[in-house]
Design a protein around this ligand. Structure first.
Ligand SMILES: Cc1cc2nc3c(=O)[nH]c(=O)nc-3n(C[C@H](O)[C@H](O)[C@H](O)COP(=O)(O)OP(=O)(O)OC[C@H]3O[C@@H](n4cnc5c(N)ncnc54)[C@H](O)[C@@H]3O)c2cc1C
Length: 448
């Protein structure tokens, strides 16, 4: 990032006050989700972004919630407080609006309510919670509550303004993947945000930042503190490369940016996005449907950070659960896309897991490792391998395990489709995936 001499360099500690200039609901009426499109104007900031970067946003809590907390504490809101590590004071109301989280009280919070209450019954109840409640139950109690719940449940607990803010955690900025390309919109940053609303303890809750953007930030006013968070996640330099966009973990937003940039640059490479939607929705909009995702299961054997558990019991459990979820018998699976990392442990234990679930039928199922061709794509591997299963169903061709000249007999004795693709009718295909820490995940696809 370059700035003319003397200009401010905005970052996490010195955010730029941007303008929200557009807010538009993308979800259709009646949808369970509320996904919105936002445009943030950063003109004049000197901030330059690239596809794959994220925008950091400092949000404010809902004012009505802050007022309820102040009232519940029996305070006025104009009491001066000094946030920890700050040198300047601000009002309690300002601190609760912008500096502290009013969610996720902890055991320490309960202890403070215990110590500050004047009510004997409340103190006894809190003592019981803290000392005679099973950890899982206490955890659930806390997960169901925010600070306002505790204030209302224990009205005898009295705190001064300063003592109260010292209980709270700092309100952290939230990151959002940028959904636009700087080639097209150099001064406007687009975001695609799922607005978080849910209910706990019988009360409606608001995700702080997503509802701040979705409901509270006034349009066209320079009041939204933002900064850029750079990423190594981006487009290949060579625009002629084909790309498949799968599972960034943060939704569709960065893919929109990538697509916008490639179109703007006239990149020759093709692009695919893996999209899952309900069958009814796909049918309603007349989509070309490749197949149906009919089963999913995951387990965690937590055996070792990198090794699967000996014998593949964890994976076998995930395979069984996924077949059950898919309502398919082992004999109905026509192709397995193996995790297939080609490590001696993986290949031996994955083979054992498949044999233990598929029994005599195991050697009859073509089971290939496409990592032999793609390499290990780590977090993206599951998505690509799911797409390969879908293509096997569509084309009736099973991809090979390349460079397989000498199978590790006797441990690896299944049909790994060596070196050459095979024509084979695939009605149902399964992809198995193993992750660090003992995670096992299986998805099952079926032709319609
Ligand atoms: C690099 C990166 C990029 C991201 N990009 C995007 C993006 O492009 N779009 C996007 O929408 N988000 C994105 N996120 C997520 C985003 O940063 C926020 O986490 C998200 O918007 C929620 O923040 P919030 O302040 O609205 O909710 P918060 O106030 O943080 O509340 C969320 C919390 O509420 C609780 N909660 C939520 N739902 C329930 C429920 N049903 N039951 C009980 N408790 C629940 C959970 O504790 C959860 O952690 C990204 C995150 C990262 C790290």
């Amino acid at each position: 990032m370059t700035h003319p001499p003397g200009t401010v360099v905005y970052d996490k500690n010195h955010p730029f006050l941007a303008r929200l200039v557009e807010r538009r609901r993308l979800s259709k009426p009646g949808s369970e989700k509320d996904t919105q499109h936002f445009v943030v104007d950063v003109s004049g900031s000197g901030l330059t972004y690239k596809c794959g970067d994220s925008l950091g946003i400092y949000a404010a809590n809902d004012a009505a919630q802050v007022d309820a907390v102040i009232q519940g504490l029996g305070l006025e809101g104009d009491e001066p407080v000094t946030p920890p590590k700050a040198t300047e004071t601000c009002s309690l109301r300002e601190a609760l609006l912008t500096r502290f989280s009013l969610a996720q009280p902890t055991k320490k919070t309960l202890q403070a309510f215990h110590d500050h209450t004047t009510g004997a019954d409340e103190r006894a109840h809190l003592h019981n919670l803290l000392h005679n409640t099973a950890p899982a139950e206490l955890q659930e109690y806390l997960e169901q509550r925010e600070y306002i719940d505790l204030i209302e449940e224990y009205p005898g607990a009295r705190f001064g303004a300063q003592a109260f803010i010292e209980l709270l955690r700092k309100l952290q900025p939230r990151l959002y993947s940028i959904a636009s390309s700087p080639v097209v919109h150099p001064y406007h940053i687009h975001l695609t945000v799922a607005v978080v609303r849910y209910e706990t303890n019988g009360r409606a809750r608001l995700g702080v930042c997503s509802t701040h953007l979705g409901e509270r930030v006034p349009l066209h006013e320079p009041v939204l503190p933002v900064f850029l968070s750079n990423s190594h996640f981006g487009l290949p330099e060579d625009g002629a490369r084909d790309i498949i966009l799968v599972g960034p973990g943060t939704g569709i937003a960065p893919f929109r940016a990538f697509a916008q940039e490639r179109v703007a640059q006239g990149a020759a490479g093709r692009m695919w996005v893996l999209v899952l939607e309900t069958l009814e929705h796909a049918r309603r909009r007349g989509a070309r449907i490749y197949c149906e995702l009919v089963g999913y299961a995951s387990t965690c054997d937590a055996y070792h950070i990198t090794s699967p558990d000996p014998g593949g019991a964890g994976l076998a459990k995930a395979l069984r659960k996924a077949l059950k979820d898919a309502r398919l018998e082992p004999q109905q699976i026509d192709y397995i896309n193996a995790h297939g990392t080609s490590t001696p442990y993986n290949d031996k234990f994955e083979t054992m897991a498949v044999k233990s679930v598929f029994g005599d039928y195991a050697p009859k199922i073509p089971m290939s490792s496409t990592k032999s061709m793609t390499g290990h794509l780590l977090g993206a591997a599951g998505g690509i391998e799911a797409a390969i299963c879908v293509k096997a169903i569509e084309t009736g061709e099973v991809p090979p395990t390349i460079n397989l000249e000498e199978p590790d007999l006797p441990d690896c004795d299944l049909d790994y489709v060596p070196n050459v693709k095979r024509t084979h009718k695939v009605q149902a295909a399964l992809s198995s995936n193993l992750g660090f820490g003992g995670h096992n995940a299986v998805v099952v696809f079926k032709a319609l």
